[in-house]
Design a protein around this ligand. Structure first.
Ligand SMILES: Cc1cc2nc3c(=O)[nH]c(=O)nc-3n(C[C@H](O)[C@H](O)[C@H](O)COP(=O)(O)OP(=O)(O)OC[C@H]3O[C@@H](n4cnc5c(N)ncnc54)[C@H](O)[C@@H]3O)c2cc1C
Length: 435
């Protein structure tokens, strides 16, 4: 391939979507990716046999984002409805669980002057009276930590209100791709014209040096010898931690010179921690007794407080989920520690015996996204000032540097696959508009 017109850092959904748009406009693109695979935080493991593929990263298609649904249709993939049957585990007291999103709507839907931008923890501390019943505050806090992977001392009220508004507009009902999210990534990669787009895997970007009209990526390719890749423009889809780490941190990707406003804007966005563990059993032991055939089963204070089945598939598979501080506490631990925590949680939620459940277990899968050097967390959430910060980060820098990825996705779509897709496409459109 001749010299590139643009570089794209990262072959997750944002990077692939950006490259696809640039190539469609006839630009030559080099995608530089640290891992030995494409997809980033979409990581689907396919095993022989009838079970659905195992998702280690993104699993659900949330709501009905037109862009993502159009892509799924074009790729001819099968979108399955996931039955939203939520119930407490047989071992859990204190149900009915209040609907946390309805409670949040009462807190957040107020004129913006009456919703000062501040940490959600402060709002919850001051407003328990508005959340009438006992247990309501815990329900809201549990939802925010679990779903948004957030530390409530950092999550900003206006960023959260924007997330909730986006879900109201685009829906929050979950769907799943029968073929797995990885099939969508494969389809996107296969569509890239090899005459225009080159993907360099196992190539770690160590630093980004730029001046107007030139970006120089310092890279370490598989042979270990450091070299530079140069092009007039670049779209960076690096996850937040790589951009936020101090330049002397080994996992940092310093941008030199730091574009005006970036350090302050990046400080208003936060990395969230989430852990999923996928357990395959000999049989669907949860199918007997009261509450059989559940969709989502909730506990309370367990390390993994939420479990779901793989419905509509009847595979004997349960996925455990935890987010926020509970997930952060598991990061860096080995599989056996996490599996023990998961089985004890499952036993507590379903009123079973952990050793008995272990004897029915056939396989367990998880990925430590927080310890992963190329993600440094699961997905982002906005702190105080996040809305202005994302708008600032979306602005092209001297027509040369462009930022994309779920963390900078605007209109409340951060932390999602459809947000990453939209942000990659928007960055590509901005780049083409600046040539
Ligand atoms: C456990 C988990 C569950 C999730 N569940 C859902 C869900 O159900 N639904 C949903 O919509 N979203 C979900 N998400 C979020 C979704 O996966 C992300 O928002 C989206 O995939 C992010 O895409 P991206 O392109 O912005 O980032 P990434 O996919 O992270 O892509 C960035 C790429 O940059 C590469 N990179 C990093 N550092 C370097 C470097 N120094 N040099 C070169 N390359 C580098 C990375 O390897 C990566 O491939 C989940 C995420 C996780 C972790």
């Amino acid at each position: 391939m001749r010299a590139a017109d643009a570089l794209v850092v990262g072959a997750g959904l944002a990077g692939l979507a950006a490259a696809e748009r640039l190539a469609a406009a006839g630009r030559r693109v080099v995608i530089v990716e640290a891992r030995d695979r494409t997809g980033g935080r979409i990581h689907t493991v396919e095993r022989p046999g009838p079970d659905p593929p195992v998702e280690l990263g993104a699993e659900f298609v949330h709501g009905h984002s037109a862009e993502l649904l159009e892509l799924i249709r074009a790729a001819d993939l099968t979108l399955e409805d996931v039955p939203e049957r939520h119930q407490p585990g047989p071992g859990v007291a204190g149900w009915p669980h209040p609907d946390p999103r309805a409670l949040l709507a009462r807190l957040l839907r107020r004129p913006s002057e009456a919703l000062p931008d501040r940490p959600v923890a402060e709002l919850l501390r001051e407003l328990p009276g508005e959340l009438g019943r006992s247990g309501d505050l815990e329900a809201v806090a549990g939802y925010l930590q679990g779903f948004h992977a957030a530390d409530l001392a950092l999550l900003g009220t206006r960023a959260l209100a924007e997330n909730e508004a986006a879900e109201d507009a685009e829906g929050d009902e979950p769907h799943r791709l029968r073929e797995g999210y990885g099939a969508l990534v494969r389809w996107l990669v296969d569509r890239l014209d090899p005459g225009l787009v080159e993907i360099r895997l196992r190539t770690v970007v160590r630093a980004v040096r730029w001046r107007e009209g030139e970006v120089r990526l310092e890279v370490r390719p598989p042979d270990g010898a450091t070299s530079d890749i140069v092009a007039p423009r670049a779209i960076l889809t690096l996850p937040l931690p790589m951009l936020r780490r101090p330049p002397d941190d080994p996992g940092a990707v310093p941008v030199d010179p730091a574009p005006a406003g970036w350090p302050a804007a990046l400080a208003a966005l936060h990395r969230g921690a989430a852990e999923r563990i996928v357990l395959r059993f000999d049989e669907r032991w949860w199918m007997s007794g009261p509450g059989a055939n559940p969709g989502f089963v909730h506990g309370t204070s367990e390390p993994f407080p939420v479990w779901w089945t793989s419905l509509p598939s009847l595979a004997p598979v349960l996925t455990g989920w935890t987010g926020g501080p509970r997930a952060a506490a598991l990061a860096g631990h080995g599989m056996e520690t996490v599996l023990r925590a998961a089985l004890e949680s499952l036993a507590s939620v379903f009123a079973r015996d952990a050793a008995g459940l272990r004897s029915l277990l056939r396989s367990a899968d998880r990925h430590d996204w927080t310890a992963d050097p190329f993600s440094g967390g699961a997905y982002s959430y906005g702190g105080v000032g996040a809305i202005e910060a994302r708008a600032a980060l979306a602005r092209p820098v001297a027509g040369t540097l462009f930022l994309a990825g779920e963390a900078v996705a605007e209109r409340g779509r951060n932390g999602t696959v459809h947000g990453a897709l939209a942000s990659g496409r928007e960055a590509a459109a901005r780049l083409l508009g600046q040539e």
